[in-house]
Design a protein around this ligand. Structure first.
Ligand code: G3H
Ligand code: 13P
Ligand code: ZN
Length: 306
């Protein structure tokens, strides 16, 4: 069914697992993800960035998600990823999204509180849940200058949640978006996550930038014409540990992109005379399904969560 994240997060928190939130852009990604979730009887969050909204349009995405629900019968929440403003929030709620993120992490604390509260009031009046963000994830270029990390302060997190009434909170504990997360040894601030968990008992925390960056997929890309150097993600054991703590939602986009690109490059290189999109897009879809099944088994622990 089309659901919000309320029930998903409650069960995930109590069961010490997390729900995967996968970024979607097209039919093959949606089918790859939901086929995996169906095979594991797992709930899932399909999330849409503003870039994806622009690429596919809310109507195409929402109608494909509706089809996925009809075909698979699994519980799906449709979520706006990194919503920039109220206007975008209104647009996706109109389209039928059940969850929105407002990312005010680049504003100062008081402005983030004010804008998030405004979104929460609007969304809650329409039965939609809200994820907010506090703290700044490191950017790709910031990796070398780690002082640019602004880890989430537990005191501020408590104050922020109480004042905004947001339903979940994305925090910064050392992850970043993209395929180049750590220049050296991966490190996450589990002490901050633990402190926030203690101060906000039962409250769902969200981990952005949580792709593991499969070295196998990177190697396949590079073997068949790609040039991806120095890619590194969050080790699976760290994601597992976070999922057993207060983290209830684990965001992954880069891993899907790498799986898709690896499968496409390999298929086209090995089948030079093939030009039927169903063949190469089919290979990509299959690789995405395999990736998500492994995520559910090894990282999220969300099998049989419905
Ligand atoms: O948070 C970032 C996601 O990976 C979405 O990326 O803005 O390129 O669609 P995008
Ligand atoms: P990755 O780049 O690690 O896949 O993170 C995606 C994300 O956080 C989307 O909001
Ligand atoms: Zn993100």
């Amino acid at each position: 069914a089309l659901v919000t994240t309320k029930e998903m997060f409650k069960k995930a928190y109590e069961g010490k697992y997390s729900i995967g939130a996968f970024n979607i852009n097209d039919m093959e990604i949606i089918q790859g993800v939901v086929n995996a979730c169906k095979s594991r009887n797992s709930a899932v969050i399909l999330q849409v960035s503003t870039g994806a909204l622009k690429y596919a349009g809310p109507a195409y995405l929402m109608n494909m998600v509706d089809a996925a629900i009809k075909e698979t019968g699994i519980d799906i929440a449709v979520h706006l990823d990194h919503g920039p403003d109220l206007e975008t929030v209104k647009q996706v709620i109109e389209a039928g999204f059940t969850s929105v993120m407002f990312d005010g992490s680049h504003y100062d604390f008081e402005e983030n509180v004010r804008l998030t509260k405004e979104i929460v009031d609007y969304a809650h009046a329409r039965g939609v849940v809200v994820e907010a963000e506090l703290g700044v994830l490191a950017g790709v270029e910031d990796d070398v200058h780690s002082e640019k990390h602004v880890y989430t302060q537990p005191d501020e997190a408590v104050d922020f949640v109480q004042r905004t009434g947001c339903d979940s909170l994305a925090i910064a504990i050392g992850t970043s978006h993209g395929a180049f997360k750590f220049a050296g040894t991966p490190e996450l601030k589990f002490d901050i996550l633990e402190e926030i968990g203690n101060r906000l008992p039962g409250y769902p925390i969200v981990l952005h930038g949580a792709s593991a960056v499969s070295q196998e997929h990177v190697a396949t890309c590079n073997e068949f014409g790609g040039a991806i150097k120095g890619a590194q993600g969050v080790p699976k054991e760290m994601l597992r540990r976070a999922s057993e703590m207060a983290v209830c939602k684990v965001n992954m986009d880069t891993d899907i992109r790498l799986a898709m690109t690896a499968a496409l490059r390999k298929f086209l290189a090995e089948n030079p005379s093939e030009f039927d999109p169903r063949k190469y897009m089919g290979a990509a879809r299959k690789e995405i399904q395999k990736l998500v099944e492994e995520k559910i088994d090894d990282v999220l622990g969300s099998a049989n969560s419905m």
